[in-house]
Ligand binder design. Sequence first.
Ligand code: ATP
Ligand code: MG
Length: 139
Amino acid sequence: MATNRTFTMIKPDAVENGSIGGILKMINEAGFRIVAMKYTKLSAEAAGKFYEVHKERPFYGELVDYMSAGPIVAAILEKENAVADFRTLIGATDPTKADEGTIRKIYAKSIAANAVHGSDSDENAQIEGDFYFSKLERF
Ligand code: ATP
Ligand code: MG
């Protein structure tokens, strides 16, 4: 069942270079409503757990190190067709391949440090949102 919700993180590279405001502005202007949000930092253990699906991929160690290197902004977002529309808004994983006007095209430095995360399915949006937020933190 479609939940009309997705989960995002503004990743450490984008936080560090002062892009939180610009990215949130794009998210708001694209019509997403913020259901939950927090500024936090992942331990290496938590980053490893979050990205466990990529455990066998060659970049897993690099990904875990990078995602636990500094603070992030985590959020649950709501909009009709949220998962697919948010993936369109962020653009391709590799910013050199991302469409013009997408968040990654504008803010991402590289395929590893690519500014934002977006859930890839309704099921994962639910799991990822539950990883960060209790029921009392959702509005
Ligand atoms: P995300 O899940 O963060 O929204 P994505 O769904 O576009 O990104 P995935 O294939 O799920 O891409 O990869 C997860 C993350 O792993 C990427 O966002 C990126 O940070 C990192 N990553 C993916 N491919 C590579 C690679 N070839 N080299 C280094 N890091 C990579
Ligand atoms: Mg992914």
